[in-house]
Design a protein around this ligand. Structure first.
Ligand SMILES: [Zn+2]
Length: 422
């Protein structure tokens, strides 16, 4: 039997069932925050068990269960890990959806719902590819592991990071495939780092008519926010090899195409986005406290200490302000080798059954691949378009979903069975 052809035949024959899985998965709310993913994780675990696959539930937080499943092949070989997340962005109260966010509607040749793109399409692909490869376990050597985690959107402490720290034997392998939204014409081998900060501005506060009694915490916050813009101009001592790679015209063009015009430049610099401003109780009370939370993204070559030094300097003008680092959500930039054999396997598989010719690029957002890369494991992302990610009417075309599934299943098979690998 030709195992590769068997995978393609199954995907063809099971089309409705596969789309049904993706749709049903979307219909299980798993917004994080608040982060209760038990329904969605339970759905995945039950599906695996119905397929005769043993999986372990690892839940360091009771309502955020992670799924870990391990299949051994015919003998010693490479160890590949599929990684995806179950939790998704929340839905804002004012968002206007044509297809309800937790509907999993199948309409207009697409599957709709919160998390369709980020990343229930990708996690569905990992789960379903894992099932097919487990059925074919007599045809490949090595070890294949599925990790479907419930804490990605708020930092990963109870998800991938926990699995790597506590189940290293299964989870730290030779290579990782992840299907976060990359866009079908790019494969991600690197990503920027994150530094999340909370500033508290404290003043005595006063009646709104008595500005002579206190400084206004909101006004100070506004001025501090304006000063934080300087971070965008920080010098970036990016290692030459990475800088040269990201300067290639085809790489830049690809980054702008899949992440929006301007993304290739954003990848090269520090960015600071003020995500939360919270100050004041009532219009005629002068606020004595304002909290601002800032999301800083670090390009390769910039360490958090560089940014914190810059901020310490800025804060000299703001004695009313204190600073806290949100440690669980702050992580350095990470990269794998864009010439790793998995990259050529992915490119070949994608070219084989589609018209896409992806470039290897760096992401400007974050994925759980960073945790694997910190452990020295080459990790790659190939998934659907990020275009509707975290927006109302998030959706993924059915053909794209099936393409991602085919790619991950065949690339995993080829990686595990390749005679020699660099
Ligand atoms: Zn994601």
């Amino acid at each position: 039997m030709d195992a590769r052809q068997q995978i393609l035949d199954w995907i063809e024959a099971d089309r409705d069932k596969l789309v049904g899985f993706f749709s049903d998965f979307l219909a299980k709310p798993s917004a994080n925050p608040p982060g209760d993913t038990s329904q969605a994780a339970g759905f995945v675990a039950e599906y695996l068990r119905a397929e005769g696959i043993d999986c372990r539930i690892i839940a360091p937080q009771a309502k955020m269960p992670n799924i870990l499943a391990v299949t051994d092949g015919t003998g010693p070989g490479r160890h590949l890990v599929f990684n995806g997340h179950i939790d998704v962005f929340p839905v804002g109260e004012d968002e206007q959806w044509t297809h309800q966010p937790w509907s999993g509607d199948i309409a207009d040749d697409a599957v709709w719902g919160r998390g369709a793109s980020d990343m229930k399409c990708g996690t569905s692909a990992s789960v379903l590819a894992y099932i097919y490869l487990t059925r074919l376990r007599d045809h490949w050597p090595g070890k294949l592991v599925l990790t479907a985690v419930s804490d990605e959107e708020t930092g990963g402490e109870w998800g991938t990071r926990f699995l790597l720290d506590n189940h290293a034997e299964d989870c730290i392998g030779d290579c990782v495939l992840n299907a976060e939204p990359s866009g079908l014409s790019s494969i991600r081998f690197a990503e920027k780092g994150t530094l999340r900060l909370t500033f508290h501005i404290n003043t005595p506060g006063a009646h709104g008519a008595y500005p002579h009694r206190s400084a206004n915490a909101n006004r100070i916050a506004a001025s501090l926010i304006a000063d934080l813009d300087h971070l965008n101009d920080m010098a970036v001592p990016m290692p030459a090899e990475m800088a040269e790679y990201l300067a290639q015209p085809e790489v830049r063009a690809c980054m702008d195409t899949v992440m929006g015009a301007g993304a290739a430049d954003v990848a090269l610099r520090v960015t600071a986005s003020v995500g939360v401003v919270h100050g004041g109780l009532k219009v005629n009370m002068m606020p004595g406290h304002c909290r601002i939370e800032v999301d800083i993204r670090l390009p390769f070559g910039v360490d958090r200490t560089d940014v914190l030094a810059e901020i310490t300097d800025i804060l000299k003008s703001y004695p009313e302000a204190t600073l806290e680092v949100q440690e669980a959500a702050s992580n350095p930039a990470s990269a794998s080798d864009p010439k790793h054999p998995m990259m050529s396997i992915l490119k070949r598989v994608i070219a084989e059954h589609s018209t896409h010719r992806p470039e290897a690029i760096a992401g400007i957002g974050a994925t759980d691949c960073k945790f694997f890369r910190y452990k020295g494991v080459p990790s790659f992302v190939y998934g659907p378009s990020p275009e509707t990610m975290s927006m109302p009417d998030e959706h993924v075309p059915i053909d794209d979903f099936l393409h991602v599934l085919r790619t991950h299943a065949l690339a995993a098979y080829d990686y595990l069975t390749a005679e020699a690998i660099g």
